[in-house]
Design a protein around this ligand. Structure first.
Ligand code: PLP
Length: 376
């Protein structure tokens, strides 16, 4: 943890939960856990090491630099960089350290060929466009791609990947089926030409909902961190997963206010009875979105209390009038934390729902802005 920080809030990462979630998702040999974006805010290296301990043989990172961080820590697993290589230093590092860039067009393929050599070809993953409309070779390009690859001794295609656009939307099942069929057709041609190639399609949603379409490798992201990509719509999709991130901040000060007193910027909350207000040391600079103002609750002493008034840059207020004895220094839990009987922790999903976003964004933001504390 960094010693100097701008917030007294802390982001707790339960590595045991990550270990258990990974094990629940299937055999380690068929999983390529996605640890891009600092492991969705959970910490790239601690998460990679934790997954390595339970048998992960493969990692999907975003940029080549993330792969380098893993190599420098001594991790020897297969590493795929989903965002590919970007610039000379990236290509060089990919070749030197065996980090597999995803390649999705012919310009990138030329770059890859220019950076491998016949004695030590550059291993690449082929991105296939099946309906995401983002990166990857289209079905029409595959014959030409195969022809190019056959003539290249400096690159070595070892994996074909594609990504679902709506596997987390049961109402879009037809679209997902089309993507599966396109990927099967594309990879049939590729694997005929290069029989050692492996295929990877499923994300968390597809792993949980569509067992049996996983090809050789699946790429779980959110589910490793405890999230259900179906959100509140399908609680049953993965009943056993455990959220790994929780966030707390200390109560800095407590004050009693008479009825009719406004709290925080903009006077968006006015007490309508005598109120006891706790001031908590977390704000939007630490990832507690200002849009949550007057719309969230936190756990104090294991019980939910309402957040009141605007969320400030470094402070947030709670109405603790009904919460029993609370002292400065007690912890308010924004997400997770110990709960009293009959109470439920606030989940990243709940915060995401209140914000009109997805838990991925909540985790990335809070995890990157708040100092992390790791628990084995
Ligand atoms: C992020 C990502 C994943 C993981 O998706 P989840 O929904 O978090 O399981 C898989 N594949 C690609 C290409 C990704 O970018």
């Amino acid at each position: 943890m960094n010693d100097s920080t701008f917030t007294p809030a802390r982001c707790h990462i339960d590595l045991g939960a990550i270990r258990r979630n990974f094990t629940r998702l299937g055999a380690a040999s068929e999983l390529m856990p996605v640890i891009k974006s600092d492991a969705y805010g959970h910490g790239l290296l601690p998460v990679a090491q934790t997954l390595s301990d339970v048998g992960a043989q493969c990692f999907a990172v975003g940029v080549i630099d993330e792969g380098l961080t893993l190599r420098n820590a001594g991790l020897g697993q297969r590493i795929v960089a989903l965002l590919g290589a970007n610039g000379e230093a990236d290509w060089h590092a990919a070749h030197t350290h065996n980090i597999i860039p995803a390649i999705g067009d012919f310009i990138q393929l030329e770059c890859a060929a220019a950076h491998g050599d016949a004695g030590h070809p550059l291993s690449i993953a082929l991105q296939c466009e099946t309906g995401m409309g983002r990166l990857g070779f289209t079905e029409e390009e595959i014959p030409h791609l195969i022809e190019c690859l056959r003539g290249m001794t400096h690159v070595h295609p070892i994996l074909a990947v594609s990504h679902f656009a709506c596997a987390d939307m049961p109402e879009q099942e037809g679209y997902t089926d089309i993507q599966v069929r396109r990927f099967a057709a594309i990879t049939e041609a590729l694997c005929t030409a290069f029989p050692h190639m492996q295929r990877s399609l499923a994300n968390s949603a597809a792993i949980l909902a569509r067992k049996g379409i996983q090809f050789e490798m699946s790429r779980p992201g959110l589910a490793i961190y405890g999230g259900n990509p179906f959100g509140s719509a399908r609680q049953d999709a993965c009943p056993d997963l455990e959220w790994a991130m929780s966030v707390c901040a200390p109560v800095l000060s407590i004050r009693d206010f008479a009825s009719g007193q406004s709290i925080s910027y903009g006077c968006t909350f006015t007490t309508c009875r005598p109120c006891r207000i706790a001031v908590v040391g977390i704000g939007y600079a630490a990832g507690l979105a200002r849009a949550l103002s007057n719309r969230t609750t936190m756990l104090v002493n294991g019980r939910r209390v309402p957040q009141v008034g605007r969320v400030c840059m470094g402070l947030t207020m709670l109405d603790i009038s009904d919460a029993g004895p609370i002292q400065p220094g007690d912890l308010a839990w924004v997400m997770g934390g110990p709960v009293a009987e009959g109470q439920h922790p606030v989940t990243p999903q709940e915060l995401a729902d209140a914000l009109g976003t997805i838990p991925y964004e909540v985790l990335c933001l809070m995890g990157s802005l708040i100092p992390r504390v790791f628990h084995a």
